[in-house]
Design a protein around this ligand. Structure first.
Ligand code: ADP
Ligand code: GN1
Ligand code: MG
Length: 359
């Protein structure tokens, strides 16, 4: 087994003896590193196609994790980045690639919830994350991916790719393109409210998929939130919405049989309860907009996946040629189902929020 050379740049406990590819992330190259003292680390190469400014990214990640670590009593509740021998949280190798290392947390991640409790635990984790950072000076964070959840801008980029159509793929997916274009105004809802200052700007995670939460192997309680690359100032609705899109769905994000994809209202309720129990500082307007957050985030991902398919699969890692198209179709199906279930989502949010308040 070959040990990645960059490992030696970090102040590890012991000498590396094992190094293997790890996890199911879509963006970074993730390795698990073990040393001769039994210490375990994650060693990651940052994807600089996605993150153009890894130095600022690591400044965000470093300041947020340092802040969280001062607030939690169990070290597994916040990630711990390892400094290099020149006292940075990142290392640049001879090819100009950026690496970072952090403690491996002895837990596990799920791609789909195996029980209501798993999903509830992830809601608590993201809700806690929101709450713990409520007094973090959000303005000191960099916008590492500008306009990341600006769905108005996402639509602009999507339409550019439809027009450019570099691989001649647009004609084959006209139905999907039309579905998305018909919902452009719906997709703009949150961004408009953000621009009108109707919703508070918060420190948000911005990529709140279930597989970015670590669960304890024995108790299955949530430990920390992972994948802090997209931590930026944003709306709580991005975080809530993306969790629902990914975790309260009846099928995987890339299920090929779209008829299997729907919103599971029971899981929606489970997540809403956990999130509201932990994130106690949300405003009434934020709470009322939670269902809209789920729809807008799903719509946004549909446009992103379809754009990437049209562009020739440059952004998201794919396992087969139509992978991004499959993902886009599945998201489209979910948007349609969520729209049908909007009233029920509203009813659930109102009910759960009054129950949580009474507690
Ligand atoms: P990506 O941006 O590519 O999704 P992540 O930072 O989410 O990268 O890491 C990919 C996967 O590696 C995670 O889904 C998780 O399974 C695993 N992982 C990441 N950090 C840790 C950690 N500190 N302890 C244990 N597993 C981890
Ligand atoms: C990417 O890094 P990962 O796999 O958790 C993407 C998210 C998407 C997600 C879709 C930086 O997340 O925005 O929601 O894939 N991250 C980035 O699965 O673009
Ligand atoms: Mg991830």
């Amino acid at each position: 087994m070959q040990i990645e050379k960059s490992a030696y740049a970090f102040r590890l406990d012991g000498n590396p003896i094992a190094c293997e590819v790890f996890g199911h992330g879509h963006i970074n190259h993730t390795l698990k590193l073990t040393t001769d003292t039994g210490s375990e680390y994650i060693l990651q190469k940052i994807n600089t196609y996605v993150f153009h400014d890894p130095v600022r990214l690591m400044a965000n990640v470093g300041s947020v994790t340092d802040f969280l670590r001062r607030k939690v009593d169990d070290p597994r509740l916040a990630l711990h980045y390892i400094s290099t021998y020149d006292d940075k949280y990142y290392h640049v190798d001879e090819n100009g690639e950026y690496w970072r290392a952090y403690d491996f947390v002895g837990g596990f991640c799920l791609d789909t919830p195996e029980s209501d409790e798993d999903f509830y635990q992830s809601a608590l984790a993201f809700g806690r994350f929101q709450q713990l950072l409520a007094d973090f000076p959000a303005e000191t964070l960099y916008e590492t991916i500008p306009e990341f959840h600006n769905t108005i801008d996402r639509y602009r980029q999507f339409k550019e790719s439809v027009a450019a159509d570099p691989l001649g793929r647009a004609a084959g997916v006209q139905e999907e393109i039309d579905f998305l274009l018909e919902r452009e105004e719906l997709g703009a809802t949150l961004q408009k409210m953000r621009e009108e200052n109707l919703l508070p700007l918060r420190v948000t995670h911005n990529d709140t998929k279930l597989n970015n939460v670590l669960l304890d192997r024995i108790t299955r309680k949530s430990l920390c939130v992972l994948d802090l690359d997209t931590v930026m100032p944003g709306l709580s609705l991005y975080d809530f919405g993306d969790s629902i899109r990914f975790g309260a769905a009846t099928a995987a994000e890339d299920e090929q049989d779209t008829s299997k994809m729907a919103l599971d209202l029971h899981l929606f309720e489970v997540y809403t309860r956990g999130y509201l129990e932990a994130a106690t500082s949300l405003t009434q307007r934020e709470i009322a907009m939670l269902p809209m957050g789920a729809i807008v985030m799903t719509l946004e991902l549909a446009t992103r996946f379809l754009k990437d398919y049209l562009d020739g699969d440059l952004y998201f890692k794919t396992q087969y040629p139509e992978h991004n198209l499959v993902r886009a179709r599945t998201q489209i199906r979910l948007v349609a189902d969520m729209q049908e279930k909007m009233e029920e989502m509203n009813r659930i949010v109102a009910q759960v929020s009054s129950q949580v308040r009474e507690k």
